[in-house]
Design a protein around this ligand. Structure first.
Ligand SMILES: [Zn+2]
Ligand SMILES: [Zn+2]
Length: 240
């Protein structure tokens, strides 16, 4: 495994020689191996003041658990989402999701990885990307959650369970629905393809909107025996 990581680091180094990191937002040289310059990195919309359970943004001086989690705790234990779904994150994520632009993908997984390295209190047994419905996968050509999860699994040396969960129902586009309908919309949307052999699972997605999609997947994992479920995503949207 050490040798694999060494080869991986060397590959990254060689890539950085031929494709030096360049800021995707202003074109200046990138820093720390990220395609972002130090100024643009600082000015990103960081999700600092957020609920410790679902990562929903809180009022600037607030801390702890949000009112929604106190009333209806989600099926997952904690969500780690470094950024807010605001400009320029919408632009970066949309470019990655719908046009398969590789540089934003590398940047977004790099930002999530840096956040996890700083905030992770326990490494999970398994990483599970949120699956796309097969029809959506055919249309788009790839699953952005899986592409984000791949380098994280490699860096943390945790198995990636790409085919463990399946989306069995094509759901209406979540972003068009109010929060309560989103929960109903994803009920029973997933199933497990095989028994779960992990106690601690981390679900990976690109954006957490209300938490209903990852919440539904977490419910399924809990029913299958998971003792701890975390959610990792690049960005968190506010409540609608
Ligand atoms: Zn810049
Ligand atoms: Zn919360």
């Amino acid at each position: 495994m050490k040798r694999m990581l060494w080869v991986y680091d060397c590959t990254k180094y060689v890539q950085s020689l031929f494709f030096p990191p360049t800021c995707l937002l202003c074109g200046a040289p990138g820093a720390d191996g990220l395609d972002l310059c130090p100024g643009c990195l600082r000015s990103l919309p960081w999700n600092h003041a957020c609920c410790t359970r679902c990562a929903a943004p809180l009022a600037p001086a607030a801390s702890g658990i949000c009112g929604q989690c106190l009333k209806h705790p989600p099926a997952f234990d904690a969500a780690l989402t470094p950024l807010l779904y605001r400009p320029p994150l919408d632009w970066l994520l949309q470019g990655y999701k719908f046009n398969r632009r590789l540089a934003p993908g590398r940047l977004l997984s790099g930002l999530l990885e840096r956040h996890l390295v700083r905030h992770l209190d326990a490494v999970p047994d398994l990483i599970l990307p949120v699956p796309l419905h097969p029809a959506r996968l055919r249309e788009r050509g790839y699953n952005q959650a899986l592409e984000l999860a791949r380098p994280l699994a490699r860096a943390l040396e945790v198995p990636l369970a790409a085919g463990l969960a399946r989306r069995i129902r094509a759901t209406a586009t979540q972003s068009l629905l109010p929060a309560e309908e989103r929960r109903r919309n994803v009920r029973g949307a997933f199933e497990l393809a095989r028994p779960l052999r992990a106690r601690h699972v981390a679900i990976v997605d690109d954006v957490v909107a209300t938490g209903s999609t990852v919440g539904e997947l977490a419910r399924l994992l809990r029913r299958a025996g998971a003792e701890r479920v975390d959610v990792w995503a690049v960005a968190r949207a506010g409540r609608s």
